[in-house]
Design a protein around this ligand. Structure first.
Ligand code: ADP
Length: 353
């Protein structure tokens, strides 16, 4: 059963905001008016940015301003004129910090949205490249349904009708129809712009699910597809669709690199293994055109492409997805041709300890 991301570290922040604000208020009130303690409320606003949404941050900011004014009137000692100037400076500092912090936060949200949109476009593009193989994936079970349907009719038309054989044929029809609808379900999940949703998942199953889509494309290109999955892998906290997108991207690239490559045997190997005690490693190795040292340095750059129809964003997006998951992605050239693209994903803390 998927577990949800622990929320504990975030729950601490609202408490920190309140404690910090009250601490500053007490110190500001008991010290003389000349001591500009209230300026430290900017720290409260900065912590609030990580804890609340826009409206919450504004409320915290207004609260800090109110406490600044209250302290000014409650402080019994000091020069009122200096105290007034200090309070006005603090109020301005709180206001400006709130404004800038909110601007940065909304720019970050916009950046995230833009990246999600780009990832979606890349995914749909990759899917476009896979359309032929998806059609093949769906066509196969549909053709089998027709064959079994005809067989069923024949068994029923026989004299006497062979009900047992007819029942078996209907069983095959149901199984094949389910297979076709599973393929369509997978494609729909991939094509949908999904919000980020991390769950503890089995890496092998997640990869296997997406490989089913790429498999027939590999067959079409006369490619031998091998999987070498380690069976002792701990679960990984990940967004299934995003990680599948990365694998799909690496597999499509490998298939294209082999289509462009010379006459050597075309072989695609997808392997999983533990990478030290705290990570799982996924590798996609091909026997395609390979990578020159100059290309190695740039393959993950946005808009780097050597393909006529290429966009050069697949690997850039893959890298940002993997880094978002706390992992690493890299490429190496294989001796004797071909490339290996590999990435790591951190495993659950419970497994590590
Ligand atoms: P695109 O596929 O649109 O070019 P990518 O970001 O996916 O964009 O890939 C960038 C470039 O990296 C490719 O154009 C190609 O030159 C190189 N590359 C990616 N995968 C491989 C591979 N398996 N073998 C050789 N070169 C590759």
């Amino acid at each position: 059963m998927p577990l949800v991301l622990p929320k504990a570290p975030l729950a601490v922040l609202p408490v920190a905001v309140v404690v910090l604000a009250l601490g500053i208020f007490v110190v500001d009130t008991v010290t003389e008016l000349e001591v500009a303690v209230a300026v430290f409320y900017v720290a409260v606003v900065l912590v609030a940015i990580g804890a609340f949404r826009r409206r919450g941050v504004i409320l915290v900011s207004v609260g800090c301003m109110a406490l600044t004014v209250l302290s000014y009137f409650l402080t019994p000692v000091g020069a009122p004129r200096s105290g007034l100037i200090n309070s006005l400076i603090s109020l301005a500092a709180i206001g400006v910090t709130t404004y800038l912090a909110l601007k940065i936060a909304s720019a970050e949200v916009a950046m995230h949205e833009a990246r999600a949109q780009l990832a979606h476009i890349a995914r749909v593009m990759t899917l476009g490249e896979l359309t032929a193989s998806i059609a093949h994936e769906v066509n196969q079970p549909l053709a089998a349904v027709v064959t079994s349907g005809n067989a069923c009719l024949r068994w029923l038309a026989a004299e006497p009708p062979n009900v047992e054989k007819a029942q078996q044929a209907v069983g095959r029809i149901i199984a094949d129809a389910n297979r076709a609808s599973e393929v369509i379900g997978r494609v729909r999940r991939l094509a949908r712009p999904a919000p980020l949703r991390k769950e503890w998942l089995n890496v092998n199953e997640t990869i296997q699910e997406i490989l089913a889509l790429a498999m027939s494309e590999a067959e079409g290109g006369d490619i031998t597809l091998k999987t070498e999955f380690a069976d002792d892998l701990p679960p990984v906290l990940m967004d299934r669709i995003q990680v599948q997108q990365v694998v799909l991207n690496l597999v499509v690239n490998a298939i294209e690199a082999m289509a462009a490559g010379g006459g050597q045997a075309r072989s695609l190997t997808i392997s999983t293994a533990r990478d030290g005690p705290k990570a799982v490693r996924v590798s996609v190795a091909d026997t395609g055109v390979g990578l020159e040292p100059a290309a190695l340095a740039h393959v993950f750059d946005a808009f780097y492409t050597t393909k006529k129809e290429g966009m050069g964003i697949g690997l850039a997006i893959s890298r940002s997805i993997i880094e978002d998951h706390g992992g690493r992605i890299w490429a190496t050239a294989q001796q004797g041709g071909g490339a290996v693209f590999a990435f790591t994903l951190p495993t659950s803390r419970a497994e590590v300890s």
